[in-house]
Each structure stands twice: as structure tokens, then as C-alpha cells.
Design a binder for this molecule. Structure first.
Ligand code: PMP
Ligand code: GLN
Length: 388
């Protein structure tokens, strides 16, 4: 093993999906829909294959998809994007995240990242030899209706070596949607320290009113320094297609592209063509997706609460964090192991999304995914009520 990978075992998602299979548990662990995306988009992939779009796509991505990404940005956020100089298509957001780190961060640089974090951030930071500076998000309390951060803690995490801030809005796993005021505060701090921003917005279309998704790159102070990362997986319920992209001002796009060209070079061509059709779907498609997830969120919240769990309603994403501190387990990992083996429900222990110093903050929670069909959500609720 190289030292680079030595501290990374199997990802928590693979581990708990395997446990769910073994114990025939209802899998609310790994975040993937148990239903497929729109037929029109699937058909578009089939047609692209039939039409002979089966060789390497251009390294920056198929022109038709880059155009569709730019149109989608303008339609939903009024974000003007030049498809030829500001977009690169990647194999999922996961590749994009590594490419951004490779393209913008040197060994020894510092990267500020909120906890809990999506696990690939921490690995990608380690792969490039940078140092993470963690800032914990704090749960809702008497003074805060949503997850929040302490501004002094964020300020303290920035320093002369800060090269990048990693943002994730809507946030996995807390469901936090960052407000304009928060983005402006963070943007000003980045401007002061000449830091760039990776804004992971893969859940951009899974946001619950009154929360509203703000594309970080449309906040003036962030415009010139932000690389937006998104992907098709969540917005089109096609996580297995692994079509992602970055949007950035030309010099930052160029930096990320230099990495991308040697990480995967290009991404599956027929799926790129099909995703262009997806991004061009009428507004109703996106409204229906929100309505669908609003319904599922209520269903799982009701189920968790009926089982006696304290669950926070997320503002976005398809995850719910539930407080498990009253159940007498040593930590969230022990709770989730019990849940999958004895209760027959798989959830993710979020302490794995923290650095060592703040790990205890995650040990009070378990993450449940609600990107599942009604019957599955109801069966999970039934098992939790009966056996927890
Ligand atoms: N970022 C976040 C916050 C995610 O939750 C995920 C998927 N679970 C990804 C990135 C990765 O997206 P993709 O599947 O497109 O690589
Ligand atoms: N992003 C998904 C989640 O948070 C899992 C993706 C993966 O397995 N890498 O559950």
C-alpha cells in the first residue's frame, strides 16, 4: 500500500450496502434512488448508442452537453456560462472534486472544509498532499432554526496557506442550504485570503421551500474564484451514469481541465448526449422532482419520529440526520451496526465524515436516505417502530 491510501479502508457506503444485503435490511444507507430517472433521458442514451456515438468524447466534454449545462445555468440561476471556455465534463462529481484539488492545490497548502463532509473531500485533499482545516457545522438549537457555523471558528481556520474552501450546498448529510448572507461572509473571507472555492452543488434541485438554492458562483464576491461542481446523478436519479461537470471562470476551468485530461481524459459519450436532453427538460420536470422528494421527506420524517427518534427536517438533499443519543449505544457506528443486523434497516454513521478532533460531534446522529420508493420507506418505518 502507498502511504497515500493506507489510512483509507473500504468506504462506509460500500461497507453498509454490503451489510444491508447480507442481513436483508432495508437500505436507507448509501444515497442512491431505488427508482430510475426519466424515460426520455434513458431513451436518448439508447438512441445515441444506436447513432454510433460510441467513441471518445472531446476531453472537455461533448459540445451538446456543454451547451446544455450553460443553458441550464442561465435558466435556473441567471448564471452566464460560456460553454467553450467555462465547462468541463467529468466522470461524476467525485472525479470533478479530485480534479479541482489536483488543478488548484499544492502539497502543503491548506483547504478549509466543513464537517460533516462528503467523504471524497477528505481523501482528495490527502491525495494532493494538502492539509485539511475542519470547521464543524452545528445542529439547530434554541437560537438557530437550521444547521449553522460559528463565524469565529471559520475565521480561525483561514490563514496564509489557505488555498481553497470546499462548500457543499445543499449539504450532505445535514441537509443545510447555505443562505446568501452566509455565502457572502465566506466569499469575503476567501477574497481576503485570496482563496478559491469548490462549491459542490449536486443536490441543487432537491431543495424544500422556503429554502432556496443559491448558486455560489452568482454571489459577486465568489464569481471569479468559484468552481461549481454538479452531476446528473441526483437531479435525474441516474447515479450509475457518472456524468458530472465543473463550471468555472476560464483560468480555473483550464487548471481543472489540465488534471481531468490525465485522470480520465473523457467521459462516456452516449450518456453525455443523453444528459443534454435531461438538462433541457421543461421546468415541470424539476418541479415534480421537488414535489416527489417533499413527499418522501415527510414520509420518512413521520416514520422516524413515530419510532421515537428525534429527526431534523433537512432544507435540501435526500438525507435526514436523526439524533440517536438516547439509545444507549457507545457511538453512531455501534448504533448503525445494531440497526442493520438486528432491526433490518441500514443507515450511515456520520462520525466518519469528521476529522479526528470533532468526530464525537457526529456520534450523536445516524443518516437516513429517503431517495426510496414509498413501500421501502414504510417498511423501514415499520421495522424501526417494532424493533428499535
Ligand atoms: N458530492 C456529494 C455531496 C455527494 O453526496 C455525492 C454523491 N453521493 C457526490 C458528490 C458524488 O457525485 P457523483 O455520483 O456524481 O460522483
Ligand atoms: N454520495 C452517496 C451518499 O452520500 C454515496 C456515493 C458513494 O457511494 N460514493 O450516500
Amino acid at each position: 500500500l502507498s502511504q497515500r491510501v493506507a489510512r483509507f479502508g473500504t468506504t462506509v457506503f460500500s461497507e453498509f450496502s454490503a451489510l444491508a444485503l447480507k442481513h436483508q435490511a432495508v437500505n436507507l444507507g448509501q444515497g442512491f434512488p431505488d427508482f430510475d430517472g426519466p424515460d426520455d433521458v434513458k431513451l436518448a442514451a439508447w438512441e445515441a448508442i444506436q447513432d454510433g456515438i460510441n467513441q471518445y468524447a472531446p476531453g472537455v466534454g461533448a459540445k451538446v452537453l456543454r451547451d446544455a449545462i450553460a443553458e441550464h445555468s442561465e435558466r435556473f440561476y441567471g448564471h452566464r456560462v460560456d460553454p467553450d471556455t467555462m465547462v468541463s465534463v467529468t466522470s461524476g462529481a467525485t472525479e470533478a472534486i479530485l480534479d479541482v484539488l489536483l488543478g488548484l492545490v499544492d502539497p502543503g497548502d491548506e483547504v478549509v472544509v466543513f464537517e460533516p463532509f462528503y467523504d471524497s473531500y477528505d481523501a482528495s485533499i490527502a491525495f494532493v498532499g494538502a492539509t485539511p482545516r475542519y470547521v464543524p457545522l452545528r445542529p439547530p438549537d434554541a437560537e438557530h432554526t437550521a444547521w449553522w457555523f460559528d463565524r469565529d471558528e471559520v475565521k480561525a481556520a483561514f490563514g496564509p496557506r489557505t488555498r481553497l474552501l470546499i462548500l457543499n450546498t445543499p449539504h450532505n448529510p445535514t441537509g443545510k442550504v447555505f443562505t446568501l448572507e452566509e455565502l457572502e461572509f465566506l466569499g469575503n473571507l476567501c477574497a481576503e485570503h485570496d482563496a478559491k472555492v469548490l462549491s459542490d452543488e449536486v443536490y441543487e434541485h432537491i431543495v424544500f421551500a422556503p429554502a432556496r438554492h443559491i448558486r455560489a458562483a452568482t454571489v459577486p464576491v465568489l464569481a471569479d474564484r468559484t468552481v461549481t461542481v454538479s452531476s446528473a446523478g441526483k437531479s435525474f436519479s441516474l447515479t450509475g451514469w457518472k456524468i458530472g461537470w465543473i463550471i468555472a471562470p476560464p483560468p480555473l476551468r483550464d487548471a481543472v481541465q489540465r488534471a481531468h485530461q490525465f485522470v480520465t481524459f473523457a467521459t462516456a459519450s452516449p450518456f453525455q448526449v443523453a444528459m443534454a436532453a435531461g438538462l433541457r427538460m421543461p421546468d415541470e420536470y424539476f418541479q415534480e422532482l421537488t414535489a416527489l422528494y417533499t413527499e418522501k421527506r415527510e414520509r420518512l420524517l413521520t416514520g422516524l419520529r413515530a419510532a421515537g427518534l428525534t429527526a431534523f427536517a433537512p432544507e435540501g438533499s435526500y438525507f435526514i440526520l436523526a439524533d440517536i443519543s438516547g439509545y444507549g449505544f457507545e457511538d453512531d457506528v455501534a448504533f448503525c451496526r445494531h440497526l442493520v443486523t438486528q432491526v433490518g434497516v441500514a443507515a450511515i454513521p456520520p462520525s466518519v465524515f469528521y476529522g479526528p478532533e470533532h468526530r464525537h460531534l457526529g456520534q450523536r446522529f445516524a443518516r437516513f436516505a429517503f431517495c426510496k420508493t414509498e413501500g421501502v420507506l414504510d417498511e423501514a418505518a415499520r421495522r424501526l417502530r417494532a424493533k428499535l
